[in-house]
Write a protein that binds this ligand. Structure first.
Ligand code: RB5
Length: 147
């Protein structure tokens, strides 16, 4: 199934990322971005591989969408996402990494550790990720090898 949206975002988390997911969703909607939330829809305990898989499949079949994923550390859901072919998920702790994740890795998903970052830092990092582009060139050769 194709669900093509331009300049739009798809989010998922586990329970440890739920609060930050809700805050990021609020921020994006208030800035007139389209947002699709794949859950969870409360902070009951869930398993990050399940949500990483659902989100990864969604990103892989929707080329112009940016994924946003959150678990406690950001590590588990990153691992889950990067098992899906075509997904390049980047755990971003700061602005510089977010910039390079787009410039060099053409990352199509940004990941946060919900227990280690606050909403103000997360949206600052997300803003950079949104605005930066892939540089191509030698980086394209490397990204192509991932496939
Ligand atoms: C859940 O307690 C926690 O293990 C999970 O959110 C994540 O940090 C795993 O990598």
């Amino acid at each position: 199934m194709s669900y093509k949206i331009h300049n739009s975002f798809v989010l998922a988390s586990d329970h440890a990322g739920y609060d930050l997911k809700e805050q990021i969703k609020f921020y994006l909607e208030n800035n007139n971005f389209k947002v699709k939330d794949l859950g969870p829809f409360n902070n009951d305990s869930v398993d990050y591989p399940d949500y990483g898989k659902v989100l990864g499949d969604f990103i892989a079949s929707n080329k112009n969408i940016i994924g946003i994923a959150i678990c406690g550390t950001g590590i588990g859901i990153s691992i889950a996402l990067n098992r899906v072919s075509g997904v390049r998920a980047a755990l971003c702790h700061n602005i510089e990494i977010a910039k390079l994740a787009r410039n060099h890795n053409n990352a199509n998903a940004i990941v946060f550790g919900g227990r280690f970052i606050n909403i103000n830092d997360a949206v600052s990092i997300l803003d950079v990720f949104i605005k930066e582009d892939f540089e191509g060139g030698r980086h394209k050769r490397r990204v192509d090898k991932l496939n």
